[in-house]
Ligand binder design. Structure first.
Ligand SMILES: Nc1nc2c(c(=O)[nH]1)N[C@H]1C(S)=C(S)[C@@H](COP(=O)(O)O)O[C@H]1N2
Ligand SMILES: [Mo]
Length: 406
């Protein structure tokens, strides 16, 4: 059970320190017993996550899905990865929630309450793919620091809200605007209120797109706390770090936004390919924009065993940042040959697309099914790792599963 693993890793002492409490008779706690104190601090219960989700970090909370958990066409909250840079806000009073628009490129700063936002502007719903820029990081060599995501830091839920564009039109933006930057209510890990955990954003062109939302609902309900309740910026197809959670301020900038994790090596990759392990100066790093083409086999689970059968239905999703996926193919001979899968159209732009295929096996034995997606520009996923980069971003290698035919 994940919860137990987590408790084994974090010693009771350090856990108690985090919570600012001294467990007086800690030494006497029976082996395997979880003190009630920690049961209340269980991230699975706290955030309503499925027990099969993998916990990567407790401070801040980071959790990812396994490939087979992402089988739904629309990702339910319980299978949605959590990526936090700071501490989840506490005691949110929705009735007092406001968002201020400010920055160099705004005529006069303007504040809206949440209910003003909801009543003044038209509502839209889009299904939007959100993938952490570091998804797949664990495979890079030399290893990159940061959460060791495998394949599960991606989701595609339905988001409902108002268009950022409509609000910006109402606010009044100056001609020289180039970027927007968000600010959220989460605390920096140091708990210093003057420090931001993260403050990223997108260029105006992305901010003004139809699908870029100030969302207040996910999958038809209030956004779950872990995912940005009560208000979130959603910029699908870009690294999910551009989609600010718990937002209460948006700055319209006349420069590229320079908030926390916009500069240096954060969410940036070498502008030109480099050798693994090579040092790259900050000036030679470029901000990640649209995410690369990628796919995931969500059924069956890797390790499937076929008994008295020679064919298998597989399915999953494919996405390509700002682009559409034009083709998904599978291979059972380690890429020597590829066969097209059935590929559905996206419900809307920036939503992942579903693929399926019936795979036939010529004889008994061990197989791997590899799946490879191609974007509308004709670029396809690499079978193994793409170009190494210092922070381990953008690993869009082909996903594969093991199958035994007996
Ligand atoms: N305010 C705030 N917004 C944030 C973050 C954060 O730590 N604080 N993390 C970002 C990153 S790095 C990612 S990958 C996504 C994760 O969204 P999720 O936790 O809803 O899956 O939120 C982004 N928005
Ligand atoms: Mo992220």
């Amino acid at each position: 059970m994940k919860r137990r693993n987590f408790l084994k890793k974090a010693s009771l002492g350090s856990m108690a320190t985090i919570m600012g409490i001294d467990i007086v008779h800690a030494a006497a706690i029976p082996k395997g017993y979880i003190p009630l104190l920690f049961q209340d601090n269980d991230p699975y219960k706290l955030f309503g996550k499925d027990e099969e989700m993998t916990l990567l970090n407790d401070k801040p909370w980071n959790m990812e899905a396994k490939a087979h958990l992402l089988d739904d066409k629309v990702t339910p909250s319980k299978y949605m990865f959590i990526r936090n840079n700071g501490l989840v806000p506490k005691n949110i009073d929705v009735s007092k929630w406001t968002i201020v628009f400010d920055g160099e490129s705004i005529k006069t700063p303007k504040t809206y309450t949440l209910s003003e936002l909801k009543s003044k502007f038209k509502h839209y719903t889009y299904q939007l793919t959100l993938e952490c820029g570091g998804n797949g990081r664990s495979e890079f060599n030399p290893p990159a620091k940061g959460n060791q995501w495998t394949v599960g830091a991606v989701s595609c839920a339905n988001w409902t809200g108002v268009r950022l564009r409509d609000v910006l039109n109402d606010v009044g933006v100056k001609e020289d605007a180039v970027y927007i930057g968000y600010y959220g209510a989460d605390l920096h890990l140091s708990q210093d209120p003057n420090k931001d955990a993260i403050s990223r954003g997108v260029p105006m062109s992305k901010a003004l797109m139809d699908e870029t939302l100030l969302a207040f609902q996910m999958n038809g309900e209030d956004i779950p706390l872990a995912h940005g309740y009560p208000l979130r910026l959603v910029a699908g197809g870009w690294p999910a770090s551009a989609s600010g959670k718990w937002i209460n301020r948006i700055s319209i900038r006349n420069i590229v936004h320079d908030g926390v994790k916009m500069t240096g090596t954060a969410y940036r990759v070498p502008c030109k390919p480099v050798a693994p392990g090579e040092k790259v100066t900050d000036e030679d790093m470029c901000i990640i924009e649209s995410m690369p083409v990628k796919s995931l086999i969500t059924y069956p689970k890797s390790g499937a065993v076929l008994k008295n059968k020679r064919s298998l239905e597989i399915r999953g999703h494919a996405w390509a940042g700002e682009l559409a996926v034009s083709k998904v193919a599978y291979s059972i001979d380690f890429g020597a040959s590829w066969i097209d899968c059935k590929l559905e159209k996206a419900t809307n732009r920036l939503a992942w697309q579903h693929f399926s295929a019936t795979v036939n096996f010529p004889k008994e034995g061990y197989y791997e099914i590899w799946v490879r997606a191609t974007d509308s520009n004709g670029l396809h996923q690499p079978m193994l790792l793409p170009g190494w980069n210092p922070k381990g971003y953008l690993n869009n290698a082909c996903h594969r599963i093991a199958v035994k035919v007996s």
